[in-house]
Design a protein around this ligand. Structure first.
Ligand code: Z5A
Length: 207
């Protein structure tokens, strides 16, 4: 039986990493093989590209160059990690995927969404996540959580308006694809957020 591809999305500090680990633990307890990975990254080449993308630098990275680096990492990640795992029946949990590209490069950077969609088709073919958990939180709250945790990277140094555009694109995508993208209110205490995640997983585990 083919595996199942779950992605976690949201602005910074919404709790993607925390909840990814929570989902992994629950699936493993249910006896599933789980592959946890992230974007940009997930392979040696992808992790090098991630370093280039996230590290603040003096030279401004051209937005199209940024987009192509993200899809270069994604091509490697899909072919080396995600597709083989899904083919052998594993559940893949990925911290961010192409919804992030529509949200950050399309929304945040204000690049036209057409090249993002073209690259999505070129790199992924028909592959899309089976389920996307969108953790939604007001921008100020997300940035507060992220900044308490570590120094800002090249994206986190952006202004609040940038993240407002990112959040809006995420919410638009959720509204356009309600069967795939499930919005979870990430504002309450972690136990309350995880109760919402449990309800979602209960429906999946019947599969
Ligand atoms: N990027 C892009 O531009 N285009 C793309 O296509 C892709 C990515 C794929 C790296 O992402 C950057 O790459 C990202 C977009 C860009 N921009 N940035 N920055 P990333 O996912 O590695 O980085 P991130 O979004 O900054 O993740 P994060 O800061 O690690 O946040 P998180 O994983 O969502 O949150 P967390 O670490 O689980 O939680 C943050 C803190 O909040 C932590 O102390 C938790 O204990 C706390 N927390 C979590 N939940 C709660 C609740 N419910 N209440 C209170 N406190 C909580």
């Amino acid at each position: 039986m083919p595996g199942f591809f779950i992605t976690l999305e949201g602005i910074e500090g919404v709790g993607k990493t925390t909840n990814l680990n929570y989902i992994r633990d629950r699936l493993e307890r249910a006896g599933r093989e789980v592959v946890v990975t992230r974007e940009p990254g997930g392979t040696p080449l992808g992790e090098e590209l991630r370093g280039l993308l996230l590290t603040p630098r003096e030279e401004t990275i051209d937005y199209m160059a940024e987009l192509l680096m993200i899809f270069a990492a994604r091509a490697q990640h899909l072919n080396q990690v995600i597709e083989p795992a899904l083919q052998r029946g594993a559940w893949v949990l990925c911290d961010r995927f192409t919804d992030a590209t529509f949200a950050y490069q399309g929304g945040g950077r204000q690049l036209d969404s057409a090249p993002v969609a073209q690259l999505e088709q070129l790199v992924q073919g028909e592959r899309r996540p089976d389920l996307t958990v969108l953790l939604d939180l007001p921008v100020v709250q997300g940035l507060e959580r992220a900044r308490k945790r570590s120094a800002p990277d090249r994206f986190e140094a952006e202004r609040v308006e940038f993240f407002e555009r990112v959040r809006q694109v995420y919410l638009q995508r959720a509204a356009a694809e309600p069967g795939r993208v499930h919005v979870i209110d990430a504002a309450p205490a972690l136990e309350v957020v995880q109760k919402q995640i449990d309800q979602l997983l209960d429906t999946l585990e019947k599969r």
